[in-house]
Design a protein around this ligand. Structure first.
Ligand code: UTP
Ligand code: MN
Length: 643
């Protein structure tokens, strides 16, 4: 559960509102005079504890959740409201301390140095003799075109101990600044020299595009190590950065798949060749934080790692981490078994592909595009891959080998939720190990399905869930739909206009902040709308910089787009239509709810013996709502069609 849900769960909206509004209980709900406008004689403000919402049916005609109330009442923004309510709920939010602010300022300065270093190294690549040699290596040996080289900001670090040192000193930076940026190495005796010498320079960026450091590859094959990376610093945390994610982000989302490769060039070259959903963890270890980053964009992963034996082991290790990151919050399990357990629930799909002929991904892509496509399409589920790796080079006619391998791979199978999948895996393992399938059944200790059945018999016969739970699930449903709409708009912000035109053609109003009742969603919608009314950045970049999309992108199920261009266009339109339908659907749910709430207020007034003239405004309101519902019902009764 995220902080926002947690706050909503812990705090009673009636408690919070009753501090500033005198509330009178009426059935399950509470009525009062709206604090946001000058009041007439009758209360038009209602709090609904079941849904955790409030609404004013009077002059302001507004409503929302607990956050919206506090923001409006105190005249504060969402961040401040979050702080205030978190405090009240006893939930710890990360504070922005003066130390943190100072650190942020320092990081900005160091990033500025690194951006200048990109320019410096590029100049060296393009304008010096040694640099031009490095450039021809890129073009001739690695198949890198000038446009690619420019897009990735590749450069050349000159073969000098002090070129960078002097360049940045001349620019007025202190030696400390240059060291902290990771461009110099400091010896024990205090002497400093250029960290990167006679190397190809590859800028490493965060997901947002902010620079974090460099990778430097040897040009002279005798130099070691083959790669030098920026040192760990406040900018560069190797295990929290996925190389290429800033450029692969969009493609990963739209393909709903991330291909994980090992090297820098294994990302850059396929990108150039039109395969853009690739990233690299920059080395063999795949850290949990890196997986968390990726998880924001997809839950479908293909690992295309090194073909050699060491690489195979690394792949298995990588898988273990991948599973850990996808596990549910606060209960990380860092092994293959842990995630398999949750794979079906989380809809995570992890596959592994084995690369042929001892080639790296960049080499395969350059050799043959179709071959690469096929390799990725044929990526195997983990269990097959693990089995294959365990069997390799072993004498599987040896009964002890059979039993060792079975004992390693069977626990993985046991945890798979789907009995059909489980059976299929067991059959496969039996065939591979040349044993009778039944002998594998015996080794599996417990069967989750049987357990569940037993519980059902013993457990209470179907008791209706309490009403509260039913209502809450309606709120959850609304929340989910809102997030799905946002997930769509965050990928295709400009499609808002298409949806708006469609809504208008059905006499419905355009998408607005009002369509989002959960304040955290309203805030994201605001950023998406802002992204469309600014012209400094691509809207998607604007959105990515301003909002942490991790809360909802993965909840939006978007099947991969087909390869065929025409089909791809069709699939995009289907998604657009689906988003438009969701907008109408959530409006329908909200309108029905509002009608119910208004009925409640009308009844309450009659009970209180209020005069009819005041009720007239409520009556007009009701007519409007019913008209709106009619339009929505009609529009939703036919298929949504947008072109
Ligand atoms: P590889 O040794 O497989 O290199 O390391 P590569 O990417 O295939 O390099 P090319 O194709 O010969 O240019 C894979 C990745 O591991 C990291 C780098 O990110 C590299 O791309 N690595 C490797 C290091 O960080 N340091 C090293 O010393 C070696
Ligand atoms: Mn390589």
């Amino acid at each position: 559960m995220n902080n926002i849900d947690e706050i909503k769960n812990r705090l009673d909206i009636v408690d919070v509102i009753s501090e500033s509004v005198k509330l009178r209980r009426s059935g399950k709900n509470y009525t009062g005079f709206c604090p946001f406008h000058a009041n007439t004689r009758t209360p038009a403000f209602v709090v609904f504890p079941d849904t955790g919402t409030w609404r004013c049916f009077g002059e302001c005609n507004e409503g929302g959740d607990i956050f919206r109330f506090v923001m409006k009442k105190e005249g504060i923004d969402f961040k401040e409201a979050l702080k205030m309510l978190a405090n009240r709920a006893g939930i710890q939010l990360e504070p922005l301390t003066p130390q943190k602010i100072e650190r942020n300022e320092r990081a900005d300065l160091l990033r500025k140095i690194l951006e200048e270093a990109v320019v410096f190294y590029r100049h060296q690549l393009l304008k010096t003799d040694e640099g031009l040699k490095a450039r021809s290596y890129l073009q001739e040996k690695r198949g890198i075109k000038p446009g690619t080289e420019e897009a990735w900001g590749l450069g050349y670090a000159p073969n000098s101990w002090d070129a960078v040192l002097n360049h940045f000193k001349r620019k007025g930076y202190t030696v400390r600044d240059i060291i902290d940026a990771g461009l110099l190495t400091e010896k024990d005796d205090g002497k400093v020299y250029d960290r990167f010498r006679h190397r190809l320079m590859i800028p490493i960026r965060e997901m947002s595009g902010k620079i974090a450091g460099f990778g430097g590859r040897v040009l002279n094959p005798n130099d070691v190590p083959k790669f030098i990376n920026s040192p760990q610093s406040i900018l560069f945390n190797k295990s929290a950065i996925m190389f290429g994610l800033d450029k692969a982000r969009k493609a990963i989302r739209s393909a709903n798949q991330a291909v994980i490769v090992e090297g820098y060039f294994d990302v850059i070259v396929p990108h150039q060749e039109g395969f853009e959903n690739l990233v690299s963890p920059m080395g063999t270890a795949l850290a949990e934080t890196q997986m968390r980053l990726l998880k924001r964009f997809t839950r479908r992963f293909v690992m295309a790692l090194d073909p050699d034996a060491a690489g195979q082991k690394a792949t298995i290790r990588g898988l273990e981490v991948a599973r850990g990151a996808l596990d549910h919050e606060g209960d990380l399990v860092f092994n293959a078994r842990g995630l398999l357990h949750y794979e079906s629930r989380l809809k995570a799909d992890l596959r592994v592909s084995t690369l042929p002929d001892n080639l790296d991904p960049d080499e395969i892509v350059l050799r043959n595009h179709d071959e690469w496509k096929t390799i990725i399409e044929n990526a195997q589920p983990i269990i097959y891959h693990v089995l294959e790796t365990l069997v390799e080079g072993q004498d599987i006619d040896d009964p002890r080998v059979k039993s060792t391998i079975a004992s390693q791979v069977l626990p993985l199978v046991k945890d798979i939720a789907s009995p059909i999948e489980r059976d299929a895996y067991r059959q496969y393992i039996a065939r591979t190990l040349k044993v009778d399938e039944r002998s594998l059944m015996e080794t599996s200790v417990s069967n989750p399905i049987k357990r569940r059945k037993k519980q059902k018999i013993k457990g209470q016969p179907s008791i209706n869930p309490p009403l509260q739970a039913a209502r809450t699930s309606e709120q959850e449903n609304i929340n989910r739909i809102e997030k799905e709409i946002l997930a769509f708009l965050s990928i295709e912000p400009e499609h808002k206009y298409k949806i708006d035109r469609f809504l208008r053609s059905n006499d419905l109003s355009q998408i607005s902040l009002n369509d989002f009742k959960h304040t955290e969603n309203t805030e994201i919608a605001r950023i998406i709308f802002d992204s469309l009314s600014q012209d400094k950045q691509d809207p998607i970049d604007y959105i990515n910089v301003h909002v942490d999309l991790s809360n909802f992108t993965t909840e939006f199920s978007h099947p991969p787009l087909p390869e065929d261009n025409e089909k791809k266009e069709n699939a995009k339109i289907r998604k657009l239509e689906e988003a438009a339908r969701l907008v109408m659907q959530v409006r329908q749910i909200n309108t029905n709810q509002e009608i119910k709430e208004l009925r409640f207020l009308q009844t309450d007034r009659i009970d209180q013996g209020n005069d009819k003239s005041v009720d007239k405004t409520l009556q007009i309101h009701m007519v409007e709502l019913i008209k709106k519902r009619g339009l929505l019902d009609r529009a939703l009764a036919k298929p949504v069609s947008i072109d």
